[in-house]
Design a binder for this molecule. Structure first.
Ligand code: ZN
Length: 287
């Protein structure tokens, strides 16, 4: 083959292999949240779009009530929840569960684990959650003690956090597709460190813990920060991080959101590990 022609063929092959990777369809759900979802949704959307792996649509519920709110979950590979509000109509809840049980992916972001405290299937799907009257009746606290996951059955409220601060995430599984190749510990930008989350915690793996210090108003325990849950044929990635714009700017948050969303949608991660990443000593915000 003549050199120019072979170059043209090589370029065509390279272009084809990128184009052949179909984008995953993500649906971001918001509209009611005790957090500033109007500021955070565009950032979550941009984060997913910027990695080149997703197209993102947003489904916004009414600000009051949820009558008529029925996104077509089945049209998407992954549903990203930035929602903490009133219960959805029965048919919407049924659609959502059918989507996940049938193999759909779900990503639970921060206060989305405060939602739907009285919906048992949702509590199972998120693994653990906080507030909304959650107590020991809903399941144990999940802690790490002596390097092992400890299911703490003691009585008490579910959900709390101390003063916002930077804190270090410690990965538990270097081989999981979401965390593979990332530093084993890294400092997150200023955020709420959720503690005392509790729930059924079935089919759940904690991918990262963080020490919740009493000095900052925390529990004094290592608390779960990143989790994956199997629910039916579906996969759930649960990040407790992402309170506000500052927390979402963290390269560690963004990377795990992108990789967690890809994993939830497909069971695999093809996204590369970014060159710049926070270290155990230094947080890193995206430009
Ligand atoms: Zn928050």
């Amino acid at each position: 083959m003549r050199p120019l022609l072979s170059l043209a063929v090589a370029l065509l092959v390279a272009a084809t292999s990128v184009a052949d990777e179909p984008k995953l369809k993500a649906l971001l759900v918001d509209g009611q949240n005790n957090h500033n979802w109007k500021a955070t949704t565009p950032l979550l959307k941009k984060c997913l779009e910027d990695c080149g792996r997703f197209t993102v649509e947003v489904a916004t519920s009414p600000e009051k009530g949820t009558a008529g709110f029925r996104p077509k979950f089945a049209d998407f590979g992954v549903v990203v929840l930035n929602y903490n509000g009133e219960e959805w109509p029965a048919e919407t809840k049924a659609d959502f569960l059918a989507f996940v049980r049938g193999g759909g992916g779900v990503v639970v972001v921060h206060a989305a684990d405060n939602a739907f405290a009285k919906w048992p299937e949702y509590n199972e799907l998120i693994g653990v959650g906080g507030w909304g009257g959650r107590t020991e009746k809903d399941g144990p606290y999940l802690r790490q003690r002596d390097g092992k996951v400890f299911r703490d059955e003691s009585a008490g409220r579910g959900g709390s956090h101390g003063k916002q601060h930077e804190f270090v995430l410690e990965h538990t599984d270097p081989e999981h597709p979401i965390t593979k190749g990332l530093p084993a510990s890294w400092k997150h930008t200023q955020d709420e460190l959720y503690d005392r989350l509790r729930g059924p915690a079935k089919n759940l793996t904690v991918l990262a813990f963080a020490q919740s210090d009493k000095a900052t108003g925390g529990s004094g325990e290592k608390e779960p920060m990143l989790m994956v849950i199997d629910y039916g044929k579906g996969r759930v990635f649960h990040t407790t991080l992402g309170h506000d714009v500052k927390s979402i700017a963290c390269v560690g948050f963004q990377t795990t959101l992108q990789r967690g969303s890809e994993w939830a949608a497909t069971g695999k991660v093809t996204l590369p590990v970014p060159k710049a990443f926070p270290t155990a000593d230094k947080s890193l915000a995206a430009e």
